[in-house]
Design a protein around this ligand. Sequence first.
Ligand code: BES
Ligand code: ZN
Ligand code: ZN
Length: 475
Amino acid sequence: MNFIKNSKFDVKVHFILEGTEPKGISKDLAAYLKDLDYKGAYKAVFSQIGPGTANLVIVGLGKEEDLSLNRYRMAGFEAAKALEAAKVQEASYYLEDFGELDKEEAFGALIEGSLQQAYAFDDYKSEKSESHLETISLMTDVEVDKLVEETKNLVDGVNIARKLVNTPSMEIYPESLADYAVETLEDLGIKVTVYDKEQIKEMGMTAFLSVAQGSNRDPRFFVMEYLPEGADAEAIALVGKGLTYDSGGYAIKPANGMVTMKTDMAGSASVIGSLYALAKNKVEKNVIGIVAACENLISGKAYKNGDIVKSKKGTTIEIMNTDAEGRVTLADALYYAATEVNSESIIDIATLTGACIVALGQHTIGAVTNDHKLFADFKSAADYSGEYLWELPRNEELEEAIKGSEADLTNSVSKGGGGAITAGLFLEQFVEDKPWVHLDIAGPSHFTSSWSYYPKGATGIPVKSLYNYIKSQAK
Ligand code: BES
Ligand code: ZN
Ligand code: ZN
């Protein structure tokens, strides 16, 4: 999809505030809209396209006081959807209402929403989805070239994450995930170092290896260094959960809970996707992505409920539940992020707990943090990005609950609830007091049906928040 400026195409799209009328429409059409009771309510779309018609799409923005960037995203999405349904190739967008919002940002959101509409995961379908919409002309004096470029790169990053998450585990396994990172990122000046099983052993990541040992596919640990400020400056470390499949292990999941577990590497996919967008847009901030990738399977070699494993840090972990494997792998990855790279702060992204979905619903990321400033800044970026985020409350009782009876820590707290919080507090043990935010994306990483401008399946959340947060930290 291309965006140009100020070309008048036959098909016009007007974005209007509720209760207003699109400029320049005929009296007849105005009367017709009145008959239809079309008022421009948020997400309300009027579409009349074809020979002898007005060739007009109207998209409602709702009331001025309710305007937000996300409403513009949604409006762009609805517009592109209506154009695509009518197989339109080129159209002009008319947008003049911005309320209190920045014009440029509003156009950025409109562009993003239109691009969001173009995504489909049809790699495995015999019949591919067609797309007709090629050119959108923005009728405005706003400078849009840089905006278009930046937004396209960001949405490409989101779509990279979606593709990785949607692709089944027979194709995305530890080795192929690492290869993908190398192929996608190295051309952009990101150094990707991949460690195999023997090297992981030498690095002392025995907790990570215990989860990996049940699979015939060997694990990979990989580090992606994007250092535009030079190697001496501190970096933000992004640590992504990289379970390319989670069967639950001996604490096996029921069949329907297991089908979607190809998505258990969504955290690592979001790290790869956001690094792509950051490097493409030349954001001036050092970032190091870290992924411990493996499969959680059952075999004669697999780890078992009741095992006690030792982490790279030296802390011992009682495996009360082989299905609480994410935190066991992240323990070593986070400790690496805290001690082996020049990190100023750490953000981990993980499809960690079903409990988080119970607590917040499937659309919202649950956060656990040890640093209020870092969280507040990240929250602003998430709000700006239109991704829902909420901080989970921590307390001494839950901090106590993660202690093990026969080892230092337990990987699964059986009593007292708060499973999303105890999982986060477990991870905190490995960040060595560095400023840290944990993002539990078990819910919003993928949806069972389409919602808002998100397709069914992988969403690419939280690539936009990561991107916008890191951009806000750039000099
Ligand atoms: N990968 C799952 C969490 C998950 C559940 C992600 C649903 C997406 C959708 C994780 O490894 C897991 O199984 N967690 C357990 C932890 C429990 C055993 C303490 C859970 O949430 O049930
Ligand atoms: Zn699990
Ligand atoms: Zn898992």
